[in-house]
Design a protein around this ligand. Structure first.
Ligand SMILES: Cc1ncc(COP(=O)(O)O)c(C=O)c1O
Length: 397
């Protein structure tokens, strides 16, 4: 029998790594244009500020060549860090810390996993949880614990019980328009959780990838801003959802005592984030009215969301979901079917959604799917929902 060299030489930690079903689905939909995808979390390309982007890119190539094509500071291009602080962080009550630019906020998650998690470290997660966080943390082999969630944030009794029963080291949360559940923590719950985390001295990893995608323009305060133990929170942000994931740029607001170790850990990862992207993005932000742009993005996605909600009510009145306050997804329960069967059959009809169990530590019996509304055109959404309707009716009758 041939030796399986891959398994023989792999480090133990890599055995825990899950492949992303979303990336796998994305590959299929890219290679077959007949597929209609409700799966990804892709920003709508029509929202790109193309003229300004051309200008900023040309400026970086022609006038900033010496900087744009060099290595840069590991914590990020200074002018970009300043603009992030002024335009994206300072309003949120967490101005007393360093900004570190990362290669997407995803890299921030990986660095924090490396920095904070040992084998068996107790890490608390929302249930369901962002799949990319599972991918980032699991190689460090922590003990992952699921927390019961409600529409307006964690179930506080469950949180209090877990925190009193075991020493939780950190809590990873995605409090605004959570991926995938769409839950958004109320301000009251943000305050109560902050005080519980203070009491039990728990580090908070607050992932706000969708923060600026509220449908009515609300900007929620950071949970970290309500904490008395100011140095026990890291807050992550991203340019992917409001501008473009192609930049691969995000940021982490790092408590000052952790600044040096955070940067040193990042150096082992990429030395510095893409310098060319940072220069282009800085010049773009310098010349664009970001507030106006964000409002445009918000109202576009609000309209897209209403459209998909209308289609589901019309074609699939049996399914259940919370009407989200922002973000890019609906989290839809399909009664009386299994996720596996539904997924197999919708793929035969060339339409995809992400099965809910991809976002869970323990599989659920109840079928949920995450449906994205940011990307498809209205006619495509209607076609897709009709194909899903056909499959669903076929299974339940
Ligand atoms: C909750 C959440 N956090 C982080 C990320 C990573 O985003 P990026 O690395 O593009 O900034 C995503 C991407 O979809 C996300 O949904």
């Amino acid at each position: 029998m041939e030796t399986n060299f891959v398994n023989l030489y792999l480090a133990e930690r890599t055995r825990e790594i899950r492949s992303s079903a979303i990336r796998d689905i994305l590959k299929i939909t890219v290679s077959d244009s007949e597929f209609l995808s409700f799966a990804g979390g892709l920003p709508n390309p029509s929202l790109l500020p193309t003229d300004l982007l051309d200008m900023a890119t040309e400026f970086a190539i022609r006038s900033m060549r010496d900087v744009a094509f060099q290595y840069g500071e590991s914590e990020g291009y200074k002018s970009l860090r300043e603009i992030v602080r002024e335009q994206f962080v300072s309003e949120r009550g967490i101005d007393d810390r360093s900004i570190c630019i990362t290669s997407g906020s995803q890299q921030g998650l990986d660095i924090l996993g490396k920095l904070l998690m040992d084998q068996k470290t107790n890490v608390l997660l929302e249930n369901p949880v962002y799949l990319g966080a599972l991918q980032a943390f699991s190689p460090y082999r922590p003990n992952l614990i699921s927390l019961t969630m409600e529409v307006d944030g964690p179930n506080l009794d469950a949180l209090g019980k877990i925190l009193s029963e075991k020493k939780v080291h950190c809590f990873y949360a995605n409090p605004s328009y959570q991926n995938p559940s769409t839950c958004t923590w109320s301000v009251a719950k943000r305050k109560e959780v902050a005080s519980l985390l203070d009491k039990h001295e728990v580090i908070l990893i607050e992932d706000e990838a969708y923060l600026f995608l509220d449908f009515t323009g609300t900007l929620y305060p950071s949970i970290a801003s309500f904490r008395k133990k100011r140095d026990l929170s890291f807050v992550l942000g991203s340019f992917s959802k409001i501008l473009s994931p192609g930049f691969r740029l995000g940021w982490v607001s790092v408590p000052k005592p952790y600044q040096n170790i955070f940067i040193a850990t990042k150096q082992g990862n990429d030395l510095n984030s893409n310098q060319f992207s940072q220069i282009v993005l800085y010049h773009l932000l310098l010349h664009m009215d970001i507030q106006k742009h964000v409002q445009k993005v918000q109202s576009f996605y609000a309209h897209q969301k209403d459209y998909l909600v209308g289609l589901l009510k019309q074609y699939l009145p049996e399914v259940r979901f919370q009407n989200p306050l922002g973000g890019m997804f609906l989290w839809v329960e399909f009664p009386h079917v299994s996720e596996t069967e539904m997924m197999r059959k919708i793929m035969e009809k060339k339409v995809v959604m992400v099965p809910g169990n991809e976002f869970r530590l323990e599989p659920s019996e109840v079928a949920f799917f995450r449906m994205n509304f940011s990307f498809l055109k209205e006619t495509e959404m209607e076609d897709g929902v009709r194909r899903i309707q056909d499959v669903y009716r076929d299974i339940i009758t």
